[in-house]
Design a protein around this ligand. Structure first.
Ligand SMILES: [Zn+2]
Length: 69
């Protein structure tokens, strides 16, 4: 009890449209790699999926990115 267990993970994707990194705000251009938050359960569709650039993924790692805001 008391611990929030994340049901999401990050999936490597290629941007189909230009987007912005949730963490650092850098622009991710079309066809660039980024990491999209995905849930193992369908409830994720009602949430806003976070997107992270490769730099943030490398710097912080998946666990830290999904835990922090
Ligand atoms: Zn970033």
């Amino acid at each position: 009890m008391g611990e929030i267990i994340s049901i999401t993970h990050l999936k490597k994707k290629t941007a189909s449209t230009p987007i912005v990194c949730t963490k650092c705000g850098v622009k991710i251009s079309q066809n660039e790699l980024y990491y999209l938050e995905e849930g193992s359960k369908q409830h994720i569709h009602s949430l806003i999926a976070r997107r992270f650039c490769v730099v943030c993924y490398t710097k912080y790692g998946e666990k830290k990115l999904l835990k922090g805001s």
